[in-house]
Design a protein around this ligand. Structure first.
Ligand code: SF4
Ligand code: SF4
Length: 478
């Protein structure tokens, strides 16, 4: 046997171009369905309308950066409620952990944008340049008119998809039909063109040129998930207990007739040919495998053709392979401590967010004590403090709020500008879906014994809807 000296090995091996072959089967079908759903939602959602009443945008999903609002159907998020996004990010991370605990890199194989767009770009490549063999032959052949128009056509369609991907992204930040008109007439804001250009470039290069190299070399998730996974997570597994030793169908028949064991893998290489990352799953778990299941479809097709049972490659665990070799039954444990904990955490965080959303207030008040001066002693001996009060109205109609203050005997509040009710409570009217800042003077009579600093409660009551909001601050005395 020839011995290879380690010094003769190159430090870096150039990556080989991968030519994934088309394949049919349930996993491929599932991937197509997910692709159509994800891209359909992404490209069309900005055009979905949602009536929120007059003066408010009617786009169902809109990040209105100019007015500091995020709209998601019936939900309107204000900047103060950014914690909803934190909650969403926590849920997204937990769902990813749960997916990983149940079925390894199922996110990578089916739902990751890199996978979805690469699949789309590969479909375009096949439409122009044919399937694997044809593409390899064409790439190896000298340039011709046929090769030139096919390559040009492919790159042109890739660019259009990439451009539309960037275009769809900016539509989430402005009224979509208006922005489309502005883009078409070159009257849109410069930032829209810049973002479209950036996303056109990234989509084209990531999904068209870099493809599987993003998953293998650039993305951190394969390394993170390798640290998170356990022996019970289902992964796309070559059942070497059944597949080895690899022999042709005829040889297998002959060997079995002689009582010599033969594996079911006929070494046809179909599982490698269809792999979008160029991985040979028979070499075991590896960082390049995105767990897309396409090699399962390919191998099952081969098995069906040669009348062998399907499932030589399947979602399974290495432990089960070892158990079968030892003559034991395989064990599938989807419900275990870590999956139960992840599911429970998702329910708790999701439930807390739903509760918070269902009971969220549509008004708000914040109070800021003015510091210069901290207090004023009036000619009758009473003490006065000044405050800046901001009232929030998150509803689509104008609302009058009556202001009161409590916490000290005889304390009274006056505002500069707004009128008062019959019971002398100042009333501040706030425009729909906006906030209003006012100055307020709080006075305590001279005969009240005052400490240096005492707590005060400011209350704003909606005179129509009855909603009440409160804020705490302090009254400062000499
Ligand atoms: S497709 Fe199946 S039979 Fe063919 S090489 Fe792969 S594992 Fe073996
Ligand atoms: S080895 Fe199989 S599951 Fe893994 S990426 Fe390749 S085709 Fe997908």
């Amino acid at each position: 046997m020839a011995v290879i000296d380690a010094d003769d090995l190159p430090l870096f091996a150039p990556s080989k171009k991968v030519y994934p072959q088309s394949v049919a089967g349930p996993y491929r079908r599932a991937k197509w369905i997910i692709l159509v759903l994800c891209l359909g939602i992404y490209y069309l959602l900005p055009f979905l309308r949602w009536d929120r009443g007059p003066n408010l945008p009617d786009q169902a999903v809109l990040a209105d950066l100019a007015n500091n609002r995020f709209y998601f159907f019936f939900i309107e998020i204000w900047p103060q409620e950014i914690y909803y996004f934190t909650g969403l990010l926590i849920i997204a991370a937990l769902v990813l952990f749960l997916m990983n605990a149940v079925a390894g890199r199922v996110w990578c194989g089916y739902l990751c944008p890199q996978t979805v767009w690469t699949d789309l770009f590969l479909a375009v490549e096949r439409a122009f340049e044919g399937d694997r063999r044809e593409r390899i032959r064409r790439d190896e052949s000298p340039w011709s008119l046929d090769k030139a128009w096919r390559k040009t056509g492919k790159h042109a369609v890739w660019l259009v998809i990439a451009w539309w991907t960037g275009g769809a992204w900016v539509l989430y930040f402005a009224d979509a039909p208006t922005l489309v008109r502005e883009l078409a007439t070159f009257t849109a804001p410069v930032s829209a063109y810049v973002w479209i250009a950036i996303l056109t470039f990234t989509t084209y290069s990531l999904a068209g040129i870099m493809r599987e190299q993003v998953c293998t070399y650039m993305c951190p998730w394969p390394r993170i998930q390798a640290a998170l996974t356990d022996d019970d997570a289902l992964n796309v597994t070559y059942r070497y207990d059944r597949g080895e030793p690899r022999v042709s169908v005829k040889q297998a028949q002959r060997l079995r007739a002689e009582g010599v064991p033969a594996g079911d893998c006929i070494d046809c290489n179909q599982c490698v040919a269809v792999c979008p990352t160029g991985v040979d799953i028979r070499d075991g778990a590896q960082v390049g495998c995105i767990q897309c299941g396409l090699c399962i479809d390919a191998c099952n097709t081969v098995m069906a053709k040669i009348a062998y049972p399907t499932g030589l490659i399947a979602y399974d665990t290495d432990d089960n392979v070892k158990r079968r070799i030892a003559g034991h039954r395989p064990v599938y444990r989807l419900l275990r401590l870590r999956t139960a904990i992840y599911a429970a955490l998702i329910l708790v965080v999701g439930g807390a967010m739903i509760y918070q959303l269902a009971t969220r207030q549509t008004a708000g008040i914040s109070v800021l004590h003015e510091r210069t001066p901290l207090f004023v002693k009036l000619s009758d001996g009473s003490i006065r403090n000044s405050y800046t009060i901001r009232l929030l109205n998150k509803r689509p109609e104008e609302r009058p709020f009556a202001l009161t203050v409590s916490g000290l005997p005889g304390v009274r509040i006056e505002t500069i500008g707004p009128q008062a009710t019959a019971d002398l409570r100042p009333v501040v009217t706030v425009e729909p879906d906006s906030s209003r800042e006012i100055r307020a003077l709080v006075t305590v009579p001279a005969d009240v014994h005052l400490e240096k600093s005492q707590p005060l409660t400011f209350t704003a009551s909606d005179l129509f809807a009855g909603e009440i909001v409160r804020a705490e601050d302090h009254f400062i005395a000499p």
